[in-house]
Design a binder for this molecule. Sequence first.
Ligand code: C5P
Length: 193
Amino acid sequence: MRFTVAIDGPAAAGKGTISRAVAERFGFAHLDTGALYRAVGVKGGDPVEAARALCPADLARDDLRTGEAGQAASKVAAIPEVRAALVQFQRAFARREGGAVLDGRDIGTVICPDAEVKLFVTASAEVRAHRRWLELGGDERAVLADVRERDARDMGRADAPLRPAEDALVLDTSEMSIDAAVAAACDLIEARL
Ligand code: C5P
């Protein structure tokens, strides 16, 4: 059985939590595509070469979740050759036997335009910054500035900008609990399986 769930949205909207819950519930494999860009961003050197040579050890680094890695990721993610180098791996993952959930920025629009289920998970910048701050600590205003800067870069780039696919279900988790968002996602998948 091949079945692809595409989950896109801005930083700290709840994509990762929803993706992991959905993958567990349906027994699908999960790929956090942001980790690919983070790994390229923290590797240093020529980002295009880093993307072409990406290997499992790069994805196992402990420093991928930091704010700096997120910023570095969004810079290299604006380079078309970096994105191109990562397309094939993501598409092969999406069509693997047994079902797959991919979360990122361009899964429903570019990587898997034919995904069986597309979700766009979002929330206000303030709510997302608060969540990131609870997770990482530091100065909350600096985290908000960081979130806004990354949003602007991800939405403003020419290649694969962050935006909902036309046929995506939009879930705004500003007011909605993550449990309710997971339930909505599971209902939609059930209906299409
Ligand atoms: O989701 P995460 O915060 O880990 O993503 C880090 C950065 O990687 C994003 O800000 C974005 O610039 C980039 N990214 C992307 N396309 C994806 C996933 C992540 O451009 N599919």
